[in-house]
Design a protein around this ligand. Structure first.
Ligand SMILES: [Zn+2]
Ligand SMILES: [Zn+2]
Ligand SMILES: [Zn+2]
Length: 417
């Protein structure tokens, strides 16, 4: 049975009781395909709560001089020619030089467009860098620029949630973030064939800068059987590990809730990863996890789900910033359906996310995150359909099961407490 969520919630006006009574509606309230139970459950939950994403939509910005629209990466206003800098404290752009706004010391090095935290210093994001790529190596500056662009997006998100984003006060300190952007030793490996592994250790995020090259990243994505692999995804995932340490590990109440939702993290992590790579994932992993890798250990499940939470809220925030009315999209969708199946429509060499042969139970957690999730289903389905029209892979090649929805709701609860 094909279980991929491919319906549109076309209008969100029914109560849970209405849904129960109406069942499979034909009057245009829902267009269902595939796992209609799941869609209906999301619709029901979305109807119960009129709450929408509460984050202020600021993914598009305005020039402080002329109000021309600016993008997050802009360094200059194309309308009035002002040199602009991003000010993370206020989440807005300022004119360089005005009110003491000085460019980050990395502005010439890696096209950083953020305000320096102090005169002559680095910005809030660059001051987290412990190791930058060797710029005497050809191509590394371009790689670093791409790495920084992805990193700044995730730092923006963390700050918008009010999370502590501080550099380490001392090497080895548990608190604080440090980035190591490293390359494999020349020749592709060290004396023992060592390679730089992207990962997290006690707040130190290591990224192999080879991941900034699309061909290399694509090669790794295929080798790992993944449907999605990006620099931004790496940062969101690895920082998820750090914030688990900060927000969950030492808080008994949240740790209990974590174990109830994600499972007991105490089984040996290294052994779990070895087992994951040695054996294929369970056929029904999508019932419980957002990705096959998430099934390897509760810590990885957490980091993967954390990354998806940021994927969802950030993309919805951009849709809001663009003034896309998802409600209007729901109404306009009418009888339109997403393409018939994901098979062959997405990646042709990764795992097929839509054919696990399992049946998803209806989602009915009633959490505050439901409205966000309902909107995400509409937006991600629309975006997937648009991508397919262009012959591109799905924007969001994932299934959100009931269990995964509860995990996302857990993170929402944690970040909005
Ligand atoms: Zn301007
Ligand atoms: Zn900077
Ligand atoms: Zn991880």
């Amino acid at each position: 049975m094909w279980q991929r969520v491919t319906g549109f919630v076309t209008r969100c006006v029914l109560s849970a009781a209405d849904w129960k009574a109406a069942g499979h509606l034909s009057g245009g309230f829902l267009t269902l395909r595939g796992n209609d139970m799941l869609i209906r459950a999301f619709a029901t939950r979305a109807c119960r709560s009129a709450r929408t994403v509460e984050k202020t939509a600021v993914k598009l910005f305005a020039c402080p001089s002329c109000t021309q629209q600016l993008y997050f990466e802009n360094t200059r206003c194309l309308a009035c020619d002002s040199i602009v800098l991003y000010e993370p404290r206020q989440a807005m752009f300022v004119v360089a030089g005005a009110s003491g706004a000085i460019a980050c010391a990395n502005s010439e090095q890696c096209a950083c467009n953020w305000v320096a935290a102090k005169p002559g210093g680095f910005c809030r994001a660059c001051q987290l860098n412990k190791t930058i790529p060797d710029l005497t190596v050809g191509g590394n500056r371009e790689r670093w620029i791409r790495v920084e662009a992805a990193k700044k997006r995730v730092i923006y998100s963390l700050l918008s949630f009010g999370l502590d984003v501080e550099p380490k006060s001392a090497p080895g300190s548990e608190v604080g973030i440090a980035f190591d952007f490293l390359a494999d030793p020349s020749g592709g490996g060290g004396p023992g064939g060592e390679r730089i592994l992207t990962g997290h250790d006690n707040g130190v995020i290591t990224l192999n800068v080879a991941e900034a090259d699309s061909p290399e990243r694509e090669k790794r994505r295929i080798a790992m059987g993944e449907t999605y692999r990006t620099l931004l995804g790496h940062f969101r995932h690895e920082l998820g590990h750090y914030y688990w340490d900060r927000l969950i590990r030492d808080d008994a109440a949240w740790l209990d809730r974590f174990r109830a939702t994600f499972g007991d993290e105490r089984p040996d992590y290294e052994e779990a990863l070895k087992l994951h790579y040695a054996t294929p994932p369970a056929a029904d992993w999508q019932m419980r996890h957002i990705s096959a890798y998430a099934a390897s250990h509760p810590w990885e499940d957490w980091a993967e789900t954390w990354a998806h939470y940021l994927h969802i809220v950030d993309t919805l925030e951009m849709a809001d910033s663009l003034k896309w009315s998802i409600g209007a999209m729901e109404l306009a969708s009418g009888p339109l359906l997403t393409p018939d199946t994901d098979r062959g429509a997405g990646r042709d060499d990764g795992q097929d996310p839509g054919d696990d042969g399992a049946e998803y139970p209806p989602a009915s957690t009633g959490a505050a995150f439901d409205a966000t999730l309902g909107r995400w289903i509409v937006l991600s389905n629309a975006s997937n359909s648009i991508n397919r029209c262009m012959g591109l892979p799905d924007l969001y090649p994932f299934v959100i099961s009931q269990v995964v929805a509860e995990k996302l709701a857990f993170i929402d609860d944690l970040l909005r407490r």
